[in-house]
Design a protein around this ligand. Structure first.
Ligand code: NI
Length: 215
């Protein structure tokens, strides 16, 4: 969950389906918007429940928005390279190198990431992605990043070594790790990950469940 301009943006809702999370009531999560980077089950598991509780508006690629529109869930469709001004600020949908098929086999379009900014702050959510040279376009086309949320778990996405290069590509020295330690194939050594970033003068945050960070 990201709070910006007084609005709450939930990104890739996979909360109580996460085997690391116990005894949490998702009824307390009432975002204004839900951003979906791609259609994999570990990014949408609680989407319909949370929309039902909150009436949140979706922001995602065209295919994902069309999929949920058939279920009566409203959203704003984007595609790669496009940006749009919402009430909380601007969202740009940027490239990610990954796949995006729904658990039921439906087409989830091409996966992406989001750069989100207002007049004061800018943050990049990479989504699930490999390291890609396209990341170099972000500092050329978006405001200076205050933070970037990058996958570091390896196997399905880049690992922390490549993520430390991604941090350099996007010119950001404050990174929040995601997509790690959820399942055995993406278990990592947290000390090694932290050290890999530290050696480049980059701070890697790996917040515990429920912890907040301010940028
Ligand atoms: Ni994925």
């Amino acid at each position: 969950m990201l709070e910006i301009s007084g609005q709450q943006l939930l990104i890739d809702p996979f909360i109580i389906s996460n085997p690391n999370v116990e005894n949490f009531d998702i009824g307390q999560i009432r975002p204004d918007y839900i951003l979906v980077s791609h259609a994999h089950g570990d990014h949408i598991a609680e989407l319909e429940t949370i929309v039902g509780n909150s009436g949140a508006q979706l922001i995602s690629n065209y295919e994902i928005i069309s999929y949920y529109a058939q279920k009566g869930i409203y959203g704003h469709a984007m595609n790669h390279g496009g940006k749009y001004q919402f009430e909380f600020g601007t969202v740009k949908y940027v490239n990610a190198v990954h796949t995006s098929t729904f658990p039921d086999g439906s087409n989830g379009g091409q996966p992406g990431g989001f750069v989100i900014w207002n007049d004061h702050n800018c943050i990049y959510f990479a989504g699930d992605t490999a390291l890609t040279l396209d990341m170099k376009l972000i500092p050329m086309t978006c405001p200076k990043l205050d933070a970037a949320v990058l996958p570091i778990g390896d196997n399905f996405t880049m690992g922390y070594e490549d993520a430390s290069i991604a941090a350099e590509f996007v010119k950001c020295d404050t990174i929040v790790g995601c997509h790690y330690n959820t399942f055995p194939p993406i278990s990592i050594n947290l000390d090694e990950a932290r050290k890999t970033f530290e050696e480049k003068g980059i701070k890697l945050h790996m917040p515990a469940f429920g912890e907040s960070l301010e940028f």
